[in-house]
Design a protein around this ligand. Structure first.
Ligand SMILES: *Cc1c(COP(=O)(O)O)cnc(C)c1O
Length: 300
């Protein structure tokens, strides 16, 4: 699959910046979620499974991707959703509404129950409740997902000195690391606070040419500031490229900030991976509106 790569023009630097538009792969199953599902869907078909069961938060790109891709591939889908209070608010949540419109059934669980979702007991109960189901972990990250993410980089991409991506569960960066070139460094920008993700990446990554940059989570997962929203709107006005506020917006903000702090050597060529996530913007704008904050606006 050929994915469009665009140059982003910057002033007053010798660094060259490019972005791989994985967000354009599919309108609903965008970016890395498409990559992560590809081999999992093939496996579920091979095993003759009839349902896909997975986990996520209220605005999860992964949940939306599974709902749509599941329907397209003839599976029933079940989403285990964090937060019991959401059960009565589906119509106020564009992501959950989209999933429901695509036939997904929900199980809303408390935050305590959600934390137990990887225990054997929880998974056994799920398998009993949803017969013949294929269980996909939160964020879609497993060995087959990494295999899919290894296809993001291709032979021409040895041109770049740095490859940068946002991190949630660490699956995407692991795929990038495994298919990177020796001369390259992979930089990951966690969208969550805390360094626990490093361990998870070490489980999947086969090379050591990577580093985490943990200064651009903007307060934690799903948190935003007026400065970040301004940056996303301004980036769209200058480049006509939409970024999401949970993942790619924070990563691109971080990379450009680091360029002007002279983090990168002169004449570096940097590739940003646009991992998608644009479906979440509508839900974020509802939240921003309720806080009387500036919203994300991609009108020309
Ligand atoms: C899920 C997601 C990520 C994080 O990917 P991981 O493989 O979980 O690290 C990054 N960007 C977007 C847009 C996502 O939806």
């Amino acid at each position: 699959m050929q994915v469009l790569t665009q140059e982003i023009h910057l002033n007053a630097t010798t660094v060259k910046l490019f972005i791989k538009r994985e967000d354009l792969i599919h309108p609903f199953v965008s970016g890395n979620k498409f990559r992560k599902l590809k081999y999992n869907l093939l496996e579920a078909k091979k095993l003759n499974k009839t349902s896909l069961v997975t986990f996520g938060g209220a605005y999860s790109n992964h949940i939306a991707a599974v709902a749509f891709a599941g329907k397209q591939n003839g599976f029933k889908t079940v989403g285990i959703i964090r937060g019991e209070e959401l059960e009565s608010k589906i119509s106020e949540n564009p992501t959950l509404q989209f999933c429901q419109d695509n036939g997904m059934k929900f199980v809303f669980v408390s935050r305590e129950q959600y934390r137990l979702k990887e225990t054997e007991r929880f998974l056994d109960n799920l398998k009993k409740e949803f017969e013949n189901s294929y269980i996909i972990p939160e964020g879609g990250t497993n060995d087959l997902a990494i295999k899919g993410c290894e296809e993001i980089l291709n032979q021409d991409d040895d041109f770049y000195n740095f490859v940068c991506c946002s991190i949630g569960t660490g699956g995407t960066i692991s795929g990038l690391i495994n298919n990177s070139f020796k001369n390259q460094k992979i930089l990951g920008f966690p969208a969550l606070k805390g360094d626990f993700i490093k361990k998870d990446i070490c489980k999947f990554a086969k090379n050591e040419n990577w580093e985490l940059i943990s200064d651009y989570h903007f307060g934690g997962y799903g948190k935003v500031t007026a400065e970040l929203i301004d940056f996303i709107n301004d980036f769209y006005q200058k480049n006509a490229i939409p970024l999401d506020p949970i993942y790619t917006g924070k990563m691109v903000f971080g990379v450009i900030d680091l360029i002007y702090k002279n983090y990168f050597p002169e004449n570096s060529k940097i590739l940003l991976i646009h991992t998608g996530g644009l479906q979440g913007i509508q839900g974020m704008n509802i939240k921003l509106n309720s806080k009387k904050m500036q919203t994300i606006n991609f009108d020309d």
